[in-house]
Design a protein around this ligand. Structure first.
Ligand SMILES: Cc1ncc(COP(=O)(O)O)c(C=O)c1O
Length: 376
């Protein structure tokens, strides 16, 4: 798929977990969308709704939900904050998080705990990287009210068995809230199976979309909560611009009440819709299988160099964390970059996150420079 992206031959971009590049059709859709504002007389009331509905429907298809279940927000922190205001949570309740979880799925929960005299419980990292057993253990204890989790850990891709965790949560009446920004798009997920209370995902990583758009799925029984924004566009009959001062008590149906104000972003939504279209065409199943093959080859070679790498199914197929037992050389990232290789460092591991635009050359170039760094 490389020709669909504007990636020069001398760049090996292995950093989708940081942010994905925009594919050419996605960029074109965004540029067309931005250009609309240069001719506002061509922007009709329908433009405030059509693109939003397209995004909702496509995001819903990706997770096996209905368009009605999806809200459009600017960030994961916004979506999780909103979720934290609307999940059932008793005074003195307890929220379960993973160690070193991404902050957007931590701070809102700390605030909820503070407001309600509750507590946050952090699942420690297991030596083998396995989270599922420890999460289940905590949920089974009966002391947890909300489990706010990812599908795979953002630092190293270590995977959670969400199906088993969701089952335990249902059994103990624990509200499951998911931040799937480091997996959705590259890893299949079905909300009909998991039934999370809320699910949030940023568009700019594995959804291959623009920055400053994220999506929220709200389960049907969570769709009558309080929005963060009291916007006009989320109210019933907002389509009738002439009648907007007939203030409405009712909201648009489903999860639309949770949309951010000015959610009809003329530049970003067409880009997000185009990216979702690509993903639906490629399918997360196909992407996961391709990337699993790609990362497994790197895993094998890295292990032969004496580096520590976890295997599937402990890790997700699209994600590789390579640990240097003697510690990561401080200039490793600069050395990679000097050779046109772009990866991330998280803690003591090099995070390698490819996508379908990566080819054989990228893999060989990465392994060659990795070998040189190890050999020093
Ligand atoms: C797991 C995870 N969630 C969320 C985000 C982004 O959060 P926000 O949209 O609040 O900036 C990131 C960014 O790296 C992430 O890794």
């Amino acid at each position: 798929m490389r020709e669909l992206f504007d990636i020069p031959d001398d760049v090996s971009y292995l950093n989708c977990a940081y942010m994905s590049p925009l594919a050419r059709p996605v960029l074109a859709a965004g540029e067309r969308g931005l250009a609309r504002k240069a001719r506002p007389w061509e922007i009709t009331p329908a433009h405030f709704f059509d693109e939003s509905e397209k995004c909702r429907a496509r995001f819903a298809s990706l997770i096996n939900a209905r368009a009605d279940d999806v809200a459009i927000v600017p960030s994961v922190s916004y979506g999780i904050t909103q979720s934290s205001h609307n999940v059932p949570f008793p005074t003195g309740g307890r929220i379960l998080l993973l160690a070193e979880q991404f902050p957007s799925n931590v701070y809102p929960w700390r605030e909820l705990a503070r407001r309600c005299n509750g507590d946050v419980e952090v699942v420690p990292r297991a030596p083998d990287g396995g989270w599922t057993e420890r999460v289940i253990e905590a949920v089974d204890s009966g002391r947890i009210h909300v489990a706010a989790l990812p599908h795979c850990h953002w630092t190293d891709g270590s995977l959670l068995d969400l199906e088993t965790i969701a089952q335990a949560c249902r059994h103990h009446d624990v509200a499951l809230v998911l931040d799937v920004s480091q997996s959705l798009g590259a890893l299949p997920l079905d909300v009909a199976v998991l039934q999370p209370a809320f699910l949030v995902c940023a568009a700019y990583k594995w959804l291959l979309g623009p920055y400053s758009i994220a999506f929220v799925y709200a389960r049907e029984d969570m769709q009558s909560g309080e929005p963060l924004d009291y916007s006009w566009i989320t109210r019933a009959r907002a389509e009738d611009f002439a009648a907007l001062v007939n203030y409405e008590h009712d909201y648009q149906p489903g999860a639309r009440r949770y949309d951010v104000g000015e959610r009809a972003n003329f530049a970003l939504l067409p880009a997000a819709a185009a990216a979702l279209e690509l993903l639906l065409e490629w399918t997360p199943e196909f992407i996961q299988a391709e990337l699993a093959g790609y990362t497994t080859d790197i895993e094998r070679a890295a292990r032969e160099m004496g580096l520590a790498v976890s295997s599937m199914p402990e890790r997700a197929g699209h994600f590789l964390g390579i640990r240097f037992p003697g510690g990561l050389p401080p200039d490793a990232l600069d050395t990679f970059a000097a050779h046109g290789i772009f990866v991330s460092v998280r803690g003591d591991s090099v995070r390698v996150t490819p996508h379908l635009y990566n080819d054989q050359t990228d893999r060989e170039r990465f392994l060659e420079i990795l070998g040189r760094i190890v050999g020093r």
